[in-house]
Unconditional design. Structure first.
Length: 308
């Protein structure tokens, strides 16, 4: 079951979110590919061999391939512009001793982000709580981050599905990002992993994850890592696995800076058929050294059921 607000907080966007929660797994995810726009938008992070971000490349340095076929760029820019961000924070019982440092780290991310970013905060255990809807007000965000009530189990995929829907429907900025902080395996979601991956790819949502996972190499930890890696790699984000909760602050700031240093590229697919097939995307960048490009892995060529 998914809730959209704690009893002690305003029921922000209650009707819209309850409708999403009741839709169930049968609902198709919103697609970013639209027959009237004919554009596939990519947000790309470029890294040098030392893992440092590269931010000074021209459009001529990039090649975009869809299913191995090179595409012509229609849009190219790199600018530090506002972003719509969702902070998705694990509030299950195992997080109780980490709550203060996690809240402080999330606030550090907000402070290191663009001052005009709009941010919402969603906590989750077996339910999801929208503790602060979109705002640029740091005081409201700090209040929302303080709304921990750590208990219960972990329904990460359900929370992500709700967050993707909210971000797609209500986020005002073109670039949309989710940052999830969790310490464990999803153990009670209704939504499956593949559904969340597809919904995120189709909505062009970047997902970053901060994993506060135990260092014990057991099946549960491996599964948690596998799911976070799948989500982040498919969307062009990244998963960070920390040895100690004290590292969350610097990691949050690193994520905020990466979001601000990305390139935006867009192309009209040479294959215009809306046939529902999966199109694999590869972006290559050339420079004085070997460069690595991280962006979303692909999309499904279906007409959107709603505007992104």
């Amino acid at each position: 079951m998914i809730q959209t607000a704690r009893p002690s907080f305003p029921a922000v966007a209650l009707c819209a979110l309850l409708g999403l929660a009741m839709a169930g797994v049968a609902q198709e995810p919103v697609a970013v590919f639209r027959s009237d726009a004919h554009l596939v938008v990519l947000h790309a992070t470029v890294l040098d061999p030392q893992g440092r971000r590269v931010t000074d490349l021209p459009a001529s340095a990039f090649r975009v391939l869809e299913n191995g076929v090179e595409q012509q760029l229609k849009v190219f820019h790199r600018e530090d512009s506002p972003v719509s961000i969702g902070l998705i924070i694990d509030d299950s019982g195992s997080m109780i001793d980490k709550r203060q440092k996690v809240a402080a780290a999330a606030l550090s991310l907000v402070r290191a982000s663009h001052p005009d970013d709009e941010v919402f905060i969603l906590h989750f255990n077996e339910k999801a709580y929208l503790d602060c809807d979109f705002t640029s007000d740091r005081a409201k965000l700090e209040q929302g981050l303080a709304a921990f009530d750590s208990r219960g189990t972990t329904a990460l995929r359900d929370a992500l599905r709700l967050a993707i829907e909210h971000l797609s429907r209500h986020g005002k900025e073109d670039k949309k990002v989710l940052v999830v902080i969790t310490d464990g395996e999803d153990n009670c979601s209704v939504i499956d992993h593949d559904y969340v991956v597809k919904a995120a790819q189709q909505s062009n949502v970047l997902i970053y994850a901060v994993g506060l996972l135990t260092q014990i190499d057991d099946a549960r930890t491996r599964l948690a890592r596998l799911e976070l890696d799948g989500l982040t790699q498919a969307t062009g984000g990244k998963a960070f696995y920390l040895n100690d909760v004290s590292e969350t602050d610097s990691t949050a700031r690193e994520i905020a800076l990466e979001i601000r240093d990305q390139f935006t590229l867009a192309y009209s697919p040479s294959n215009e058929r809306l046939d529902g097939t999966y199109r694999k995307i590869q972006v290559v960048a050339s420079g004085p050294a070997s460069l690595t490009v991280r962006t979303r892995a692909g999309y499904y060529s279906t007409q959107a059921s709603a505007a992104p």
